[in-house]
Design a protein around this ligand. Structure first.
Ligand code: ADP
Ligand code: NI
Length: 219
């Protein structure tokens, strides 16, 4: 096998080539932020495999299920093929691929809790990137990409739906805040992420309050 640093370096350029300039909020910079945040959380939480965490952070959106007709196994398959090519040890590949597959069950996971600490950390880092100022920017970028309205008071919020129903039904980006983003702070796995999520959550609440004021022409 190559050195760990070499594997990370090669995986970075593999992922960057695939995800560069994606307009849906799954661009390379999202991956870079998740990598940085996951590495930070790993340092705080200790006793975790940083190599697995970094590989997973890099590969977690490589086959996003929303772009593959809801098939959540594509990412893990791409990751496996790639890591085998680099002759990464089987055990590492297994750990990474479990997390990549699991993390892509987005719409209310049917299979319970993420099983490994490494997975919990990458999941937290990924979720934190959907909060705060960046989270707001990503939501509107995704909304525009999907040709969804910014806000429409007549369109109801989609709460408690299966992933497929959720994708099929028309929504607005403001509704997405209630359907997903405001629920994230209570879903964080690690204490480190919980603290960061609190702060980013508050910023979204503030954003929404000002949004409605301006919507109603309150000065
Ligand atoms: P990730 O792949 O980072 O785990 P998602 O694929 O669920 O997250 O979403 C990517 C980004 O797009 C997130 O910032 C999320 O808030 C946003 N997004 C996802 N679905 C919608 C939607 N229906 N409306 C607006 N934004 C969305
Ligand atoms: Ni992601």
């Amino acid at each position: 096998m190559y050195s760990k640093a070499e594997v990370i370096k090669r995986t970075k350029s593999f992922v960057r080539k695939k995800m560069e300039s994606d307009p849906s909020g799954h661009d390379w910079f999202h991956i870079e932020r998740v990598l940085a945040m996951a590495t930070y959380i790993a340092k705080q939480e200790k006793n975790c495999d940083v190599f697995v965490i970094q590989l997973t952070a890099l590969l977690h959106d490589i086959g996003d299920w929303k772009f593959h007709n809801g098939d959540s196994t594509v990412g893990a398959k791409i990751a496996k093929t790639w890591l085998e090519e680099l002759t990464v040890p089987e055990k590492v590949i297994e750990n990474v691929c479990y997390i990549v597959e699991y993390i892509s069950y987005k719409g209310g996971s049917p299979i319970g809790q993420m099983k490994t600490l490494e997975g919990m950390i990458v999941q937290d880092a990924d979720r934190l990137d959907a909060l705060g100022a960046i989270g707001i920017a990503r939501a509107f970028a995704y909304g525009g990409y999907k040709k969804q309205e910014i806000y429409n008071p007549q369109i109801e919020k989609k709460i408690n739906m299966s992933a497929r129903e959720y994708l099929a039904k028309k929504g607005t980006t403001i509704n997405h805040f209630y359907e997903k983003l405001l629920l994230l702070k209570d879903k964080m796995n690690t204490n480190t992420a919980k603290k960061i999520a609190e702060k980013r959550h508050k910023f979204i609440i503030l954003f929404l309050a000002i949004f409605y004021k301006e919507w109603n022409c309150e000065l």
